[in-house]
Design a protein around this ligand. Structure first.
Ligand SMILES: *Cc1c(COP(=O)(O)O)cnc(C)c1O
Length: 202
């Protein structure tokens, strides 16, 4: 389980850490970097970027995060690779899939996954391809949601057959985690159900 601490203070991360949680997710680069710094004394902690990433922010992200789940184009992958310090283990990455097909959403379409996965595997040694991430349609329709999760599961198992580093299918949030797990999720990203409601974004 990834605890999504976006908009929540470092003190809440610390509280969750004391309860045994180790993996935390942030959406916004600036906020995430600040929180990573504020939580430096917490050992064994793991930070995942799950929000949109622009190429001019790749350098600090590659230096301070452990995972980036929102890799959605070649240029971003390349910059993360090029900026990952040699002294650190390769940065774990997931490819973000636009499973709903909505044009407003970021992510690769299913046809683009193979070529980016191959490029990472072949020529980006400072990245470790761990799997796929998706944000499904914003709908209450469980049938539609389950269809999208199943599509992700299919794509994930294809990828697993090609690369032995692939072990992560990141899908499911507070409202749909049970359905996501039933359809093959290996990592749920839970914010509200752990930390409470977020105030509307400023
Ligand atoms: C905010 C966010 C979550 C957590 O959502 P909740 O509904 O609060 O559990 C998960 N994944 C992504 C990409 C998010 O932006």
């Amino acid at each position: 389980m990834l605890a999504v601490s976006k908009t929540k203070p470092a003190s809440m991360v610390q509280e969750a850490w004391q309860a045994g949680q180790r993996a935390f997710g942030e959406n916004y680069v600036q906020e995430g970097l600040q929180k990573i710094q504020d939580c430096q004394s917490l050992t064994d902690i793991e930070w995942h970027l799950i929000g949109p990433l622009q190429s001019n922010k790749c350098k600090p992200v590659a230096a301070h995060f452990d995972w980036v789940q929102s890799v959605d184009r070649h240029k971003i992958a390349q910059r993360l690779n090029d900026n990952r310090p040699q002294s650190l283990a390769p940065l774990n990455v997931c490819l973000q899939i636009n499973i709903s097909g909505e044009s407003s959403k970021s992510g690769l379409n299913t046809a683009e996954v193979k070529s980016l996965a191959e490029a990472i595997h072949k020529s980006m040694p400072q990245l470790c391809l761990r799997g796929l991430m998706a944000i499904p349609s914003n709908t209450e329709d469980d049938i539609k949601l389950a269809e999208e999760f199943k599509q992700m599961q299919g794509l994930f198992s294809q990828l697993q057959q090609s690369y032995d580093t692939v072990d992560t299918l990141s899908m499911g949030m507070s409202g749909d985690m049970a359905l996501a797990i039933a359809n093959g999720s290996t990592m749920v990203r839970v914010g509200t159900a752990i930390f409470g409601a977020r105030s509307p974004k400023q």
